[in-house]
Design a binder for this molecule. Structure first.
Ligand code: UTP
Length: 320
């Protein structure tokens, strides 16, 4: 295990930084941007090709070595719980048919990690959802992966963040450079260089700032490695923007004492809670699939060529 970097404000803390084993996946939000689909189905359960978005997220946690996953769920708890549980009738029917491929697909979610669930009750904000994990997490550092935020498995972000946590201790956020007109959609970080490529010290955080108030174009995206110190801060964090208890506000308090670092990510990230990004995600991941991709790409090229020729949408063409 690496010692903290000498430039870190925590350089004098003991070298033994506990390894991260637990992941928390908040999935209790209302998903209002995706209504009416999310009226009775959590947005984290919307299919991305043939798996719910949240399964990709749990696969990512498992691939980074986190074998204990706590889902923070809300109103639509059943669908998420059922997905990561055994489905005995379905498994028996597939086994009787000898359909081992589908049988494995049905069994896989329950085998990914040791999965636990807790209910948030009222969706009082992401910070509150993280605070609900306190008893389960205990006094250890832990990862938070937002259940509707997908990172392409080819662009390992979480393992990089875990390395940064080992080196600097404290908490680590994932940052992505976004155009100025998108800054107001995210938490935004003020940063200083560390001397290490792609790693910055976070000196301040603002939730969804107006472009003129944004300290940078570094947006906080849905991956965090948090020091358990965040729980004490969340206990007294007052509702902030939108009347919600914001994780960004708690992290701002930790950033002010120099214990937050950022990993700058420039890989593929998909916000499946946003309709347009959801569509892009499905198309991109379908194109990459060995079983579906070749036929789908051929169709897609023809479809797009048709749009370019006529300048109309498919609906307009079939109505004509
Ligand atoms: P979002 O802000 O994307 O979720 O929160 P939302 O509130 O469901 O979204 P819209 O704007 O209404 O569509 C990021 C993550 O935090 C979780 C969400 O489920 C999502 O994974 N979250 C948010 C909670 O678990 N609890 C909350 O109180 C709020």
């Amino acid at each position: 295990m690496n010692a903290p970097h000498p430039s870190s404000p925590l350089a004098s803390t003991p070298a033994a930084v506990p390894a991260v084993r637990k992941a928390v996946v908040p999935a209790a939000g209302l998903g209002t941007r995706f209504l009416p689909a999310t009226k009775a189905t959590p947005k984290e359960m919307l299919p991305v090709v043939d798996k719910p978005a949240i399964q990709y997220v749990v696969e990512e946690a498992a691939a980074a070595g986190l074998d204990d996953v706590l889902m923070v769920t809300g109103r639509h708890k059943r669908a998420i719980e059922d997905h990561f549980d055994h489905a005995f009738e379905l498994e028996q029917a597939l086994a009787a048919k000898g359909d081992t491929v589908r049988l494995d697909a049905v069994r896989d979610p329950a085998r990914l990690a040791d999965i636990h669930h807790i209910r948030q009750g009222d969706p009082l904000g992401l910070g509150h959802a993280v605070l609900c994990a306190r008893n389960h997490v205990g006094d250890q550092p832990f990862a938070v992966l937002l259940g509707d935020d997908l990172i392409d498995p080819r662009d390992a972000l979480l393992s990089r963040m875990l390395e940064v946590r080992e080196r600097y201790a404290g908490s680590v956020v994932a940052l992505m450079e976004v155009p100025p007109e998108q800054v107001h959609l995210y938490g935004c970080a003020a940063v200083e260089p560390t001397g290490q490529d792609g790693v910055v010290r976070v000196t301040g955080l603002v939730e969804k700032p107006a472009p003129e108030d944004a300290p940078s174009r570094y947006a906080v995206i849905g991956r965090y490695v948090l020091d358990p110190a965040v729980f004490d801060v969340l206990e007294h964090t007052a509702p902030g923007r939108g009347g919600e208890i914001q994780l960004t506000d708690a992290l701002q308090e930790l950033a002010a004492v120099g214990t937050v670092h950022g990993v700058v990510f420039s890989g593929r990230r998909y916000d499946t809670g946003d309709k347009a990004d959801y569509l892009r995600t499905v198309v991109r991941l379908a194109c990459d699939r060995a079983d579906l991709g070749p036929e789908f790409v051929a169709w897609l090229k023809e479809f797009v060529a048709g749009l370019a020729d006529t300048g109309t949408t498919g609906r307009e063409r079939s109505a004509a």
